[in-house]
Design a protein around this ligand. Structure first.
Ligand code: SAM
Length: 221
């Protein structure tokens, strides 16, 4: 089925990596769409569709995935909050099979289109999934999560998802742009039997250089 993205003004960008490049179709005016698609959630809290941006965290995680690529070959990987799909696409290029998930159907349409145009669609599945209600019946050796811990109410469902869906020796890779509240999330992970290692990846986005934190998370031995 051909994906139609023509409801949106589109632009495209190329993310250059060491071993290759990823071409992404993006929304041209994400600020405008963020406002248009914003809505109140069940508790009356403003919900903003952050998938309309490509975040620096996904570029940082893409670089990291490329670095550890050999280990991912042949693995079945779950990505949560995939947005435009960059990190999962790089994992597919490294030889993994990825289930791209996001709560937003529109984000998945873009991720699928982007996987298609980078020739990795045969290694990719797309599932609309809210991390408050995960829908799989098996565990994953790798879980990818770029910029998903920005709001505290996401933390408990994401920790629960790791407890339920990360294989016993599995690795979850998180990235985030060094926000001060991230420390609270990693403390909660630690309180629930996980350990992590942190590294920093410099990223350039829209001409700006920023630091993305990469966290490698495992169950405590
Ligand atoms: C800040 S964006 C990051 C997108 C992408 N990973 C990146 O770094 O460019 C957060 C993503 O999480 C998704 N998201 C938000 N709440 C979610 C939920 N409850 N379940 C699943 N995905 C969710 C959003 O739709 C969005 O794609």
């Amino acid at each position: 089925m051909k994906i139609q993205l023509r409801d949106y003004p589109l632009t495209s960008t190329i993310i250059k990596l060491k071993t290759g490049r990823v071409q992404l179709t993006l929304i041209e005016e994400p600020d405008w769409f963020l406002e248009q698609l914003g809505r109140e959630d069940k508790e009356g809290k403003l919900y903003l569709p952050y998938w309309t941006y490509l975040w620096e965290s996904s570029i940082g995680l893409a670089h990291h995935i490329e670095k550890i690529g050999e280990r991912l070959k042949g693995s079945h990987i779950l990505e949560i909050g995939c947005g435009f799909g960059l990190t999962g696409i790089v994992a597919c290029q490294m030889g993994a099979r990825v289930i791209f998930t996001d709560a937003e159907r529109e984000a998945l349409r873009f991720a699928q289109h982007n996987a298609d145009q980078n020739g990795v669609h045969q290694h990719a599945d797309f599932v609309q999934m809210d991390w408050n209600a995960p829908c799989f019946n098996h565990k994953f050796p790798y879980i990818l999560a770029a910029d998903v811990i920005y709001e505290e109410h996401h933390w408990t469902p994401i920790v629960n998802l790791l407890q339920g869906y990360l294989a016993p020796n599995g690795v979850a890779l998180f990235s985030e742009p060094s926000r001060s509240n991230a420390i609270g999330f990693f403390k909660q992970l630690c309180d629930n039997g996980f350990v992590h290692q942190k590294s920093i990846c410099p990223v350039t986005l829209d001409g700006q250089i920023c630091e993305v934190c990469i966290y490698t998370v495992r169950r405590e031995a």
